[in-house]
Design a protein around this ligand. Sequence first.
Ligand SMILES: [Zn+2]
Ligand SMILES: [Zn+2]
Ligand SMILES: [Zn+2]
Ligand SMILES: [Zn+2]
Length: 231
Amino acid sequence: MASSALKAQNSPNLGQTSKLMELAKSSIEKEDYERANQYFRQIIDSGVPIPSEMPYYFAETLFQLRQYDNSSNFLHKYLEINGFQADHYEEAKGLEKRLEAPLKAIKDCDLCDHRGYRYQSCFTCEGKKVLEQDCQYCRGKGIVGCSRCQGSGLVTKKNIFNITEYFQCARCKGQGRLTCPKCKGSLKEISACKTCSGFGKLHSDELCDHKEKEPNQDKVDEEPEIENNLF
Ligand SMILES: [Zn+2]
Ligand SMILES: [Zn+2]
Ligand SMILES: [Zn+2]
Ligand SMILES: [Zn+2]
């Protein structure tokens, strides 16, 4: 007891880390992986050097939480750092094998990103990737000032006697303004949706089951409830 108190005094952060490691491990034993995850996150956030066996335990925890991409990252970090010397080398190799199928499922699935999180259709463009919006070039006015005559409709030239003469601007035919060259006067332009940067989809924090959602299922569940509220 006395020696551990002394150790904690000398390096409070390291003492804290081993305490968190023990808490995380006992959470794993109780199959409380959410809690174990929280302890591991605290170790990482504390900024102290990570205990050498920690990435293995963390990878196992993340596997159980179905965060396969993250699990694979920590597993590889673990094997990279410790190599054959790793205390849990065999288990780590076993986890690597167990990760193969779920990682392949993520790769083969179009519904989720490369980390296995389900895409959501962009709420702004509803998946269309582009939006019709006010033309930015003319700010939705449809006309722009003529740049040759600075909007005056007139251009000047000096004649051979060095006297300034005025002419009607040929570009805008003396109007001083031109139809917007971007939207051709339609006031609208079709451009990439800003919310999703033209991707049509947004990332989410929902883990993907790699199955299409049945579109009507939610509605069927909701309808009776709405009727009850109305009548
Ligand atoms: Zn002009
Ligand atoms: Zn325009
Ligand atoms: Zn969008
Ligand atoms: Zn998927």
